[in-house]
Design a protein around this ligand. Sequence first.
Ligand code: ACO
Length: 379
Amino acid sequence: MSVTEIARGLEGVVFTETKLSYIDGQAGKLYYAGYPIEALAEESSYEEVAFLLLQGRLPKKEELEAFKAQLAAERELPEVVLNALKAYPKHTHPMSALRTAVSQLGMLDERAEDLSQEGLYQKSIALISRIATIVAALKRIREGKEPVAPRKDLSHAANFLYMVNGEVPSREQEKLFDVALVLHAEHGMNASTFTALAVHSTSADIYSSITAAIGALKGPRHGGANEAVMRSVQEVGAPERAVAWVQEKLAKKERIMGMGHRVYKALDPRARILKKYAEIVAQKHGRTQEYEILTRIEAEAGKVLGPKGIYPNVDFYSGVVYSDLGIPVEFFTPIFAVARIVGWAAHILEYNATDNRLLRPKARYVGELDLEYVPLEAR
Ligand code: ACO
């Protein structure tokens, strides 16, 4: 089969089938394994969603308990990784640190090359748990504090916040973070998931795939946008400056971070849900400034970008929620990775169960041919 049309940015190219998620970009709808995202955010938990994505169905009560216990048992980091985290330079971006730490986990796993479904599944569970521990430890180390050891009796969301802040979160905080994790768990063939699959299709180990995916997520056009949004909020400084800031940005043809999406041409349903939670925490905890700035940016930018199908995406309001939970801005994108590891792993498992065909597209050659080679000394 030969396709000669250039699909810029691989837009519209379909290379495999999936049962993991479906995005209706025109209607602004998202489903995980058939379930509307709104219902999962409201009713389920991150662990339930992780089970759903890894196993293709919702767990029964006892299955969920066993799955939670499996995750909890994998939370501890090897001593050598913890020590390495402490030795990383303080100026390094936490995403670079996370990328390096996951790569190190791969070096320590003597069975890293095991590509059986069972082997990949077990490693996925360990990575889901340990990426959370790495990110929380990095945050503590940045603050000059000792990492907090994980607890087995807490949910994934509560344990993460416990490791970050050193105290068990309230039910409200746990639910808030759990919803954020659910909303970020999976999203089709985005850049980082595609990267993970491209690496996996070479039959490389899962740590190589996830390390590469973290690298892809780091970019501000992908997961790095959540940090960039909060930097914009800081730049604007006060709600009354938002309108002028947007107008200036658009006049200079600069992008408004946290808006626009390759697939959604309507409001991202995750942004709608996060906006609701952001408003609640803003009102409740007196953090209305950030929320106000964002709503004004959304309204002003919407006048120009809305007709072009450019609306807030998942990254637009997530920062208000993270800030409320005590998470510093440079850790927003690592939080995305804490959630998205499930989607990456689930896609690897799903693709691995097919013939895992090597991903190898082409670029159309537009250079010259049959040039005469001139020896170095004659040029
Ligand atoms: N602000 C202003 N203009 C925008 C924006 C934006 N946020 N997004 C797209 N546009 C404009 C582009 O300037 C371009 O205009 P032009 O045709 O006049 O040159 C047009 O819309 C198309 O842009 P592309 O980059 O070709 O569209 P693409 O489908 O590649 O865009 C992307 C998707 C990269 C996400 C883009 O919307 C963007 O850069 N947004 C800001 C960064 C961001 O929020 N990323 C997170 C995405 S969600 C996620 O990955 C978790």
